[in-house]
Design a protein around this ligand. Structure first.
Ligand code: DX5
Ligand code: ZN
Length: 215
């Protein structure tokens, strides 16, 4: 059974506390929280004060996806705000190994995200140190985009690398996940499904989460 991590980027910000309550009552496993800086990605989402509030509203795991440059400047602040997992982008880190050690040293799980154009093979010297790899299956920055089909090959390739080098690493897939394509993503090797629009824009979000869990 996959871990389901709804992305609150697609939630109703005016009623954030109701959205958190809905997720708490649902079978969702994690809260996926997308932070964008308008530099690494061409969009700005929300940041520390919002995550601090969400942290107060749930006991579930807060999975924070940083789409920001120089994430090392903020890792400690995100820990204080309540992040359990902190994922940084391969493309945004000059000293990725140092960043991962910093995140783990602060007591969080460390994730590394790959943009659609970044090959999985570049992870060969970092896979031993990461807790999770996030495969972006859309270009980061916006919800509601179409799943890029070749992401499935990347997931399979990553799964092989993980089996060989560090079986504890989880594979998270983020972007364009629907009830129609989720099964193929799990079959390719995904452990964690991030779903924004599919959950929050559905008529019955709790039911949709339940359906994702049942795949
Ligand atoms: C995109 C974010 C995603 C986004 C996914 O940059 O990382 O987490 O919220 O949204 P959907 O599921 O709508 O593609
Ligand atoms: Zn995300």
């Amino acid at each position: 059974m996959a871990i389901v991590a709804p992305s609150l980027l697609a939630s109703d910000f005016l009623h954030l506390s109701d959205e958190c309550k809905m997720l708490n009552e649902s079978t969702a496993d994690w809260f996926h929280l997308d932070v964008m800086d308008g530099r690494f990605v061409p969009n700005i989402s929300y940041g520390l004060p919002v995550i601090q509030q969400i942290r107060k509203a749930t006991k579930k795991i807060c999975d924070v996806h940083l789409m920001i440059l120089e994430p090392e400047k903020y890792a400690e602040e995100f820990k204080k705000a309540g992040a359990d997992i902190l994922t940084v982008h391969y493309e945004a880190c000059v000293h990725l190994h140092r960043n991962i050690e910093q995140i783990k040293g602060l007591g969080m799980k460390a994730g590394v995200a790959l943009n659609p154009h970044t090959p999985v093979e570049l992870l060969k010297d970092i896979i031993q140190d990461a807790d999770m790899i996030l495969i972006m299956s859309v270009n980061p920055g916006f919800g509601g985009q179409q799943f890029i089909p070749h992401s499935l090959d990347k997931i399979r390739e990553l799964k092989n690398m993980i089996n060989e080098k560090n079986p504890n690493v989880k594979i998270e897939v983020d972007g364009g996940i629907t009830l129609d394509n989720a099964k193929s993503i799990i079959d390719a090797g995904a452990d964690v499904l991030v779903a924004g629009s599919t959950v929050f824009k559905s008529a019955d979000p709790k039911k949709t989460i339940e359906l994702l869990k049942k795949l």
